[in-house]
Ligand binder design. Structure first.
Ligand code: EPZ
Length: 418
């Protein structure tokens, strides 16, 4: 298993460019199933999760051409001839649940195991199954998962809790359902209106995406098209916090600062000196004071940036509470920060108290999930001495060639093949 070996203390300088958003690219790959025509995707992030998802499409009979050099993927879904999803791939990919809606909409059936993914929480799929039932699907539970079948008809669905992929899955399924579907209490993450805009260009009739109510008028079929993946707001926020943690001036390029409104306002409240441009953010060395946060669905403070922010607060002045309101398992990585010297007290699975600043010293650690994994990399970059991180597949799931990109701006990080 590969490991990262990091020597802490380096200042960074120069620019780092943000890649295409993982959580947008994964959805467009699923949406490509809805059409029989080709889908060309540019600015495609070449990372484990997207490459495994392309494999899942190919295992169903779709054809895929990947140009890693130019970050372009072309999907031909016309030859899909299977409706049961590969167990091993589904087990590794939580986002494979996104295939259920399009498969059901186009083929009238789909069979899959319960999807795997991060250990950040139970990650149930009840909102999906309830939604598909409302759209007319019949569910048969199998030993490891479920089989859905039926012709979809439009319905009104009120999500019991805001769910990002639940909103996307129902929106995609409704594109080919007969009649009108109204989705209420929808997620409003930026990746959702972007997906709706692409589907509308292909012939779908979706309105309201990006608000809490989405209306979809079902159509017989949709065509193919070209989709440019938007910059990854989570990479953006991660690199901004990396600049602040190392007390460096770095330019985070090719990003959309407006997608990080809540995060930027909290960082500035904590004393971060940031220069915000139209498509870049420059960090300046800043003395930070601790500011508490509650993670929240968009446009609130995004849960995927809670881990690097929690690390940042170990270097800020004073106490604060980190309240992770979305996932019940996303704060356990803090015990690894505590072994490095951070002062963190867990009140309950959803809240920790952080008291900074405390010097961190290098340790041998294991990456539990991708967002905690990159946070441990950042911790190693500011710790005294050497840090070794194993299970870095988790980091490679979401951050392309991360060690090469960090080396370019001055980090002392190596990938060691075990
Ligand atoms: C998406 O996950 C993202 N993944 C996550 O990013 C992100 O953290 C999350 O949204 C919240 O922003 C992708 O887009 C591929 P949810 P998703 O459904 O859709 C509960 C990353 O690091 N829930 O919005 O799976 C759920 O347990 C990943 O890139 C149910 O109870 O999250 C959670 O508590 C991690 N039943 C809450 O809803 C369901 O059927 C919100 O989850 C579905 C969800």
């Amino acid at each position: 298993m590969d490991e990262f070996v990091i020597k802490g203390g380096n200042k960074l300088s120069g620019s780092i460019s943000v890649n295409g958003a993982k959580n947008s690219a994964l959805k467009i790959l699923a949406a490509s199933i809805l059409s029989k025509e080709k889908c060309k995707i540019t600015n495609f992030p070449i990372i484990e999760d997207t490459l495994r998802t392309v494999e899942l499409l190919e295992s169903l009979g779709a054809k895929a051409v990947i140009d890693k050099e130019n970050k372009i993927v072309e999907i031909d879904p016309s030859q899909i001839n299977k409706t049961d999803l590969d167990t091993n791939l589904v087990r590794r990919l939580r986002s494979s649940i996104l295939f259920a809606g399009p498969m059901l909409a186009r083929f009238g059936e789909v069979q899959m195991d319960h999807p795997g993914g991060c250990i950040i929480g139970k990650r149930p799929v009840d909102f999906f199954l309830d939604g598909f039932e409302k759209l007319g699907a019949k569910i048969k539970f199998t030993e490891e998962g479920f089989k859905l079948h039926g012709k979809l008809k439009g319905a009104t669905i009120f999500f019991p809790q805001i769910t990002v992929t639940g909103t996307e899955a129902m929106m995609m399924a409704a594109v080919l359902a007969e009649g009108k579907t109204i989705l209420q209490n929808c997620a409003m993450e930026p990746e959702i209106p972007v997906l709706a805009e692409y589907l509308n260009k292909c012939g779908a009739k979706i309105s309201g995406a990006g608000t809490s109510t989405i209306e979809i008028e079902g159509v017989k079929e949709i065509g193919g098209g070209e989709f440019k993946v938007i910059p990854d707001r989570i990479e953006t926020g991660t690199f901004v916090m990396m600049g602040l943690l190392t007390g460096s001036e770095i330019k985070v390029e090719n990003c959309i600062p407006e997608h990080l409104g809540a995060v930027i306002s909290i960082l500035e409240k904590a004393g971060a000196k940031l220069e915000i441009g139209p498509d870049y953010i420059i960090t300046k060395p800043s003395k930070l004071k601790a500011v508490s946060i509650v993670t929240h669905e968009y446009p609130g403070f995004v849960t995927d940036l809670q881990p690097p922010y929690t690390l940042l607060m170990t270097q800020a002045d004073g106490p604060c509470i980190i309240h992770e309101s979305i996932f019940e398992g996303r704060l356990f990585f803090t015990d690894q920060l505590a072994t490095m010297g951070a002062e963190i007290i867990m009140c309950d699975p959803h809240r920790v108290v952080v008291h900074g600043p405390t010097p961190l010293h290098g340790k041998k650690m294991t990456s539990p999930d991708l967002r905690a994994g990159i946070t441990l990399v950042l911790a190693g970059m500011i710790a005294e001495g050497t840090t070794r991180i194993e299970n870095i597949y988790q980091v490679d799931r979401g951050y392309e060639k991360i060690e090469e990109r960090l080396q370019k701006i001055g980090a002392d990080i190596k990938r060691v093949k075990e």
